[in-house]
Design a protein around this ligand. Structure first.
Ligand code: ZN
Length: 123
C-alpha cells in the first residue's frame, strides 16, 4: 500500500518511520536507524545530505527574524540584551528543528523511492 504524501510528511514531522508511522526514525539525536524496529523497513539508504540543516535554517529564520524586527521596532532593547536573547534562541530553535527537518527529508525520499545507490554498493 502506498501511503499518501500528507501522511508521509506527518510521519516525518513526528520523526516516525515513513512506512508504518510507528517505529522511530532515530536511535539517537540525528542517528538514523538502519531499519525500522516495527516494520523492518530499510531507512539507512536514504541520504538527506544538507536538506535537513537547510530546512531548519529556513524555518528558524522565518520565525526569529520577524521576532527580532518586531522587538527592535517596539522596544529598542540594547544590543547586548538582544544578543543574549536571540543568539541562544536561534541556536536552540535550529537544534530543535534539525531532526524534524531531516526526518521530513527522509520521508520525502522514501515516498519518492530515491535510495542512495552508493550505500547499496558498499554492502
Ligand atoms: Zn516502520
Amino acid at each position: 500500500m502506498i501511503r499518501s504524501i500528507p501522511a508521509v510528511l506527518l510521519s516525518g514531522i513526528l520523526k516516525k518511520c515513513p512506512n508504518c508511522a510507528k517505529g522511530n526514525v532515530y536511535s539517537k539525536y540525528l542517528k538514523v536507524n538502519e531499519y525500522c524496529k516495527k516494520c523492518n523497513e530499510e531507512l539507512h539508504s536514504y541520504r538527506t545530505d544538507d536538506f535537513g540543516p537547510w530546512l531548519s535554517i529556513i524555518i528558524a529564520g522565518h520565525i526569529i527574524v520577524p521576532l527580532v524586527l518586531a522587538v527592535e521596532q517596539n522596544y529598542a532593547l540594547d544590543l547586548w540584551l538582544q544578543a543574549i536573547i536571540w543568539i541562544p534562541l536561534t541556536i536552540l530553535s535550529v537544534l530543535f528543528l534539525l531532526p524534524i527537518s531531516k526526518s521530513i527529508c527522509l520521508s520525502i525520499l522514501w515516498r519518492l523511492k530515491m535510495k542512495d545507490d552508493e550505500s547499496n554498493l558498499e554492502k
